[in-house]
Design a protein around this ligand. Structure first.
Ligand code: SF4
Ligand code: SF4
Length: 310
């Protein structure tokens, strides 16, 4: 099974729009939206939700006032400064746990001499299996202020693999989360190929370099797509020079085209929206990608490791 993950670092590079087009082009695949904080791939793919499951992100501690003797031992052990001491609604000074600060480590529970701390599972969001005109989509919605996106991303990838296995499908197409932190690491670890979508701007190029450091570290074959390549030819050349110097393949160059926004507004992929111009560039990109994905193990191109020490 091949897992292709599309990431971009910063938002607004057109990553999800590109994944929508790849969804229309790729066959025999399951799609996953790993941008669990702001999932929107399902909007392009016109999904119909088939199954909804609660996501238990972890546990949270809370003090049962009736059992608590106010000894303060729990506060001494909490490394997250989540246990406070102040007046409750009745005006009595009590220890209490700030649910937003509690990391769910459980240390206070183990040290409370009165067993006065409850430790309950917390529902942090929902994940879904949807049907779309292009195949099955696994996606999710994380609750507000929930910090379990890495765990949720791992769960979605695992569910997509199970689904692909069950349906006898050979490819998983992942719309990765933004940034370069824990959710991105969770989305690329063990993947077969990573496509970095960048655009010709300094900040996007900087993000691209940081993402490459990650994929080099995890030894994942990686290619680059320069989106909106025509808006700044000088920066596009700089990205190309960088890629050549570090032996990273440019898988595709997609010019800026208002048709992309028009397709988004129409709630569809560019491929479905029109058959010329930018649509052809995306089809060429897909052909290049397929070549990379079909490389046998050992033939995959790994990036020059010197990039890590740049
Ligand atoms: S350790 Fe237990 S008894 Fe002591 S303040 Fe904390 S919750 Fe209350
Ligand atoms: S579970 Fe951990 S983080 Fe939460 S209050 Fe207890 S010690 Fe602090």
């Amino acid at each position: 099974m091949t897992e292709l993950v599309v990431i971009s670092g910063k938002g607004g590079t057109g990553k999800t729009s590109l994944v929508g087009s790849l969804a229309a082009l790729a066959e025999n695949k399951v799609m996953v939206d790993c941008d669990v904080d702001a999932a929107d791939l399902h909007l392009i793919l016109q999904n119909k939700t088939l199954r909804t499951t609660q996501f238990i992100g972890g546990k949270q501690a809370s003090i049962v006032e009736e059992r608590c003797t106010n000894c303060g031992i729990c506060q001494e052990y909490c490394r997250f400064d989540a246990i406070k001491f102040k007046a409750n609604k009745s005006g009595n000074e009590r220890y209490w746990i700030d649910p937003h600060a509690c990391d769910g480590c459980g240390v206070c529970v183990r040290h409370c001499p009165e067993q006065a701390i409850e430790f309950k599972e917390v529902v942090s969001g929902e994940w879904y299996v949807s049907d779309t005109p292009y195949g099955s989509l696994v996606h999710a919605r994380l609750g507000l202020a929930q910090a379990n996106s890495g765990k949720m991303v791992s769960l979605l990838r695992q569910q997509a693999r199970l689904l692909a296995d069950k349906m006898g499908l050979g490819t998983i197409l992942v719309d990765g989360p933004p940034g370069v932190g824990c959710p991105v690491i969770a989305s690329i670890t063990g993947a077969g190929y990573v496509l970095i979508v960048t655009e010709p701007s300094m900040s996007a190029m900087h993000d691209m370099e940081r993402l490459l450091q990650l994929t080099v570290h995890f030894r994942i074959p990686t290619g680059i797509c320069i989106n909106k390549a025509s808006i700044n030819p000088e920066m596009t050349s700089r990205i190309e020079e960088f890629a050549e110097k570090h032996d990273v393949k440019i898988i595709g160059r997609i010019p800026f085209d208002p048709a992309v926004t028009a397709a988004q507004l129409a709630g569809t992929s560019v491929i479905e929206h029109l058959d010329t111009g930018v649509s052809k560039d995306i089809k060429d990109l897909w052909l290049n990608l397929k070549e990379e994905l079909n490389r046998k193990p050992g033939q995959s191109q790994f990036i020059d490791l010197k990039i890590r020490n740049k």
